[in-house]
Design a protein around this ligand. Structure first.
Ligand SMILES: Cc1ncc(COP(=O)(O)O)c(C=O)c1O
Length: 460
C-alpha cells in the first residue's frame, strides 16, 4: 500500500510533514503540530523561519560548544574539501587530518592511552567499544567474560547494542531490547535514590556494595566491562555523589572489569575540566567522545583505547587476518580537519578557563531556582544542569501524569525565546561553552518567566 503524500501547500512545514520521519518525536502529534523550522544560527542563538531568535540553551543536542557561525571551522572544512574531499583509512591507507587528530587526542587523553579509532556518532563509538571489549576477552582466552554493566537512566546511544546499554524505558520498549548480556545497575542519583538522611558519601559506599553484589550474582568471570557517563546527561543530568567513582573503581579492578568513560557530553570542557573523567576521578580503559569534538559542525566520534586493548586487537587480527571493523567514514578527512581546528580553538581561547570563569554564575542562577515552587532539585556542574519539577517539594512527589509539567515548561520557555530540553519532568540546560555571563543571566531570566507562567497552569 502506498502512503498518501500530503499535497496541501508547498511550505517547508507541509513538506516536512509529508516526507520526514523525525527522531525522538511523538510522530502522531507531529502530524497535527508540524515542525519548528530553524533557519540560521549566530553565537548562542538560533533563528526560526519567522526571524524570531531563541537562546539555544542546549547547544543543539549538547554539542555546539563554539556557538554558531565560527568562521574558522567553515574555513577548515572548505580548505580540506578542496584538498582531499573524502577518503578512507581501510587497508593501510591514511591521511594527515586523521593522523593529526589521533595524535592530538592521545596527547589530550586523561590517562595514558595508545590508539584512536574513529566513527561518526556517539552511538557508533560506544558500539565499537562493546565490540572491542568482546574481541579483547576472546584474545585473552576468556570467551565467557562478555557481560556489560550499565546503569538505570544511562544514555549511551541508539544502535541495537548501545540502546541496550541505555537505561531508559522508551529506548527499549517495543524495539525488543535490551539484548542479552547487558545488565543495568543502580543510578547514582542522590536526590531520588538515597535513603532518608543518607550522606552522599554513605550513598556512594552503598552503591559500590550493591555493584559488587551484582557482579557476584552474575559471576565475575562473566562480566567484562562497565560503561559510565562521568555526569549522566540524557537521563536527567545526574552528577554522581561525592566519592562515587573512587569507591566503584576498586570493585571493578578487583574483578578485572574494564571501565568505559562515555565522554560524549562531558568531554571538551563541559564540566569545568577538559574531560569529565578528571572532574569525577575516573581512570578509564576506553574513552568515547563525539559532539563537542567538532563543536557539532560535522559528524565525528572517537574511541580511545589503552595499549592492552590495542595489543589484543593486534593478536586477533594476526589470527583472523584482519581487524574486521570500520566505517566508510572512519576519520573522514573533512570532519577530522574540523575537529582538529576545534581542538586548536579550545587551546588558543582557553575554553576550560572560560567555562571555569562563567560556571559560578551559571550554577548560582541554577541553584537559586531550587527555591522556586515547582522545583524539587536544581543540580549541575560546570555548564550543565537540570531542574527537576515536582508536585510536592516536601515529599518529592512527581507530577501526574509524568512528563506533563516538563513539556509545559519546555513550551513556555520556547514562547519566551529559550530552547531547553525536557527529559520527563527534568528541564536540562547545556548551553554553548562560549556563553558569556550576560547571556547566562538572559538565559535564566527567560527560564524564570517560563517557570512562573507554569505555576498558574499547574497549581491554578
Ligand atoms: C553520553 C552519550 N553517549 C552517547 C550518545 C549517542 O550519541 P549519538 O546521538 O551521536 O549517536 C549520546 C547522545 O546524546 C550521549 O549523550
Amino acid at each position: 500500500m502506498t502512503a498518501p503524500v500530503s499535497t496541501a501547500g508547498n511550505s517547508a512545514a507541509s513538506r516536512d510533514k509529508a516526507f520526514v520521519l523525525h527522531p525522538y518525536t511523538n510522530l502522531d502529534a507531529h502530524e497535527t503540530q508540524g515542525p519548528m523550522i530553524i533557519e540560521r544560527g549566530e553565537g548562542i542563538r538560533v533563528f526560526d523561519d519567522g526571524g524570531r531568535d531563541y537562546i539555544e540553551g542546549m547547544a543543539s543536542l549538547w554539542c555546539v560548544s563554539l556557538g554558531w557561525g565560527e568562521e574558522r571551522l567553515v574555513q577548515a572544512a572548505t580548505k580540506q574539501m578542496r584538498q582531499l574531499s573524502t577518503y578512507h583509512i581501510f587497508g593501510h591507507k591514511s591521511h594527515e587530518p586523521g593522523i593529526d587528530l589521533a595524535e592530538k587526542l592521545i596527547g589530550l587523553a586523561p590517562v595514558p592511552m595508545s590508539k584512536v579509532f574513529f566513527a561518526n556518532s556517539g552511538s557508533e563509538a560506544n558500539d565499537t567499544a562493546i565490540k572491542l571489549i568482546w574481541y579483547y576477552n576472546n584474545a585473552l582466552g576468556r570467551p565467557e567474560k562478555k557481560k556489560i554493566l550499565s546503569r538505570q537512566r544511562a544514555y549511551h546511544g541508539v544502535t541495537v547494542a548501545t540502546a541496550s546499554l541505555t537505561g531508559l524505558p522508551n529506548n527499549h520498549r517495543d524495539f525488543d531490547l535490551p539484548i542479552a548480556r547487558i545488565i543495568h545497575g543502580d543510578c547514582p542519583h542522590h536526590y531520588r535514590n538515597a535513603l532518608e538522611g543518607e550522606s552522599e558519601e554513605a550513598f556512594a559506599t552503598r552503591l559500590a556494595e550493591q555493584l559488587e553484589a551484582l557482579i557476584l550474582a552474575e559471576g565475575p568471570d562473566t562480566v567484562a566491562a562497565m560503561f559510565a557517563e562521568p555526569v549522566m546527561g540524557a537521563g536527567g543530568v545526574v552528577v554522581p555523589p561525592a566519592t562515587y567513582f573512587a569507591k566503584i573503581q576498586p570493585v571493578l579492578k578487583k574483578y578485572d572489569i574494564l571501565l568505559v568513560a562515555d565522554e560524549v557530553i562531558c568531554g571538551f570542557g563541559r564540566t569545568g575540566n577538559f574531560w569529565g573523567s578528571q572532574t569525577v576521578g575516573m581512570q578509564p580503559d576506553i574513552l568515547t567522545c563525539a559532539k563537542q569534538l567538532s563543536s557539532g559542525y560535522l559528524p565525528i566520534s572517537a574511541v580511545v583505547v589503552t595499549d592492552a586493548i590495542y595489543r589484543a586487537c593486534v593478536d586477533e587480527s594476526r589470527k583472523i587476518g584482519t581487524f574486521g571493523h570500520g566505517y566508510t567514514y572512519s576519520a573522514h578527512p573533512v570532519a577530522a580537519a574540523v575537529a582538529l581546528e576545534t581542538l586548536n580553538i579550545y587551546e588558543e581561547r582557553d575554553i576550560v578557563g572560560h567555562v571555569r570563569s562563567v560556571a559560578p554564575a551559571f550554577q548560582s542562577r541554577l541553584k537559586a531556582l531550587a527555591e522556586h515552587p515547582l522545583v524539587g532539585e536544581a543540580r549541575g556542574i560546570g555548564l550543565i544542569g537540570a531542574l527537576e519539577l515536582v508536585a510536592d517539594k516536601a515529599t518529592k512527589a512527581p507530577f501526574d501524569p509524568p512528563g506533563r509539567a516538563g513539556a509545559l515548561v519546555n513550551g513556555l520557555a520556547q514562547d519566551n525565546g529559550l530552547i531547553v530540553r525536557a527529559m520527563g519532568d527534568s528541564i536540562a540546560l547545556c548551553p554553548p561553552l562560549v556563553i558569556s555571563e550576560a547571556e547566562i543571566h538572559e538565559t535564566f531570566d527567560r527560564l524564570t518567566k517560563a517557570l512562573d507562567a507554569a505555576v498558574s497552569v499547574l497549581r491554578g
